[in-house]
Ligand binder design. Sequence first.
Ligand code: NDP
Length: 234
Amino acid sequence: MSRSVLVTGGNRGIGLAIARAFADAGDKVAITYRSGEPPAGFLALKCDITDPEQVEQAYKEIEAQHGTVEVLVANAGVTKDQLLMRMTEEDFTSVIDTNLTGTFRVVKRANRGMLRAKKGRVVLISSVVGLLGSAGQANYAASKAALVGFARSLARELGSRNLTFNVVAPGFVDTDMTKALTDEQRQNIVSQVPLGRYAQPEEIAATVRFLASDDASYITGAVIPVDGGLGMGH
Ligand code: NDP
């Protein structure tokens, strides 16, 4: 059955791999993008998730074209790395506004339709560093850790309405976000990953699609690591 799926930040990186995985399975997929040309094959909405008005407009357009969103993947995220002593108020609040408050905005809006439909799947993209911590990423790690409490609260609040909320915590994935790292940093990371390599975006997408599938009907409030073993033990 073809479902209405929304992937925020589905125009590139992990989000694009997730969008493709759902589209390949026959779902109707909407993605958000902020600038440039979005990839073909999706309903692409220009939407910055830090702006509640743009979020509302995007949902109206999706509902008109694909119907109520049944699967939401809150994937859009940013980093603004800096050691705490040098981290400005803006470095901190802008990362929280995208990664945490932006997720709140899109999830809250999706829930309206999901409650009416009496079903819904929400998957939040966190990160291994939300649980392990990461020097120079206090803002990012805090925003990603917060997604766990957010998802688990909603799992309790809305479980009886047949809505599930799960978190995927990727390790290091080969995308624009990690291309910013130096070769030395990359080698250092890889040396700590039991599987000895970065993930491909498709490997994250497969887990997201599982969590939105019938096979995951009894899974909610879970945090699933897809990190090559990097975060083992948390
Ligand atoms: P990229 O930097 O490649 O892509 C980020 C995506 O988020 C882009 O689509 C971008 O849109 C979108 N985005 C950022 N800010 C906003 C905003 N305010 N409104 C709407 N969209 C926005 O990152 P990845 O694909 O690597 O990461 C995707 C998710 O996975 C993120 O949440 C990230 O934190 C998480 N993650 C990534 C890991 C990695 O190693 N790469 C590891 C663990 C987690 P635009 O093109 O318009 O900028």
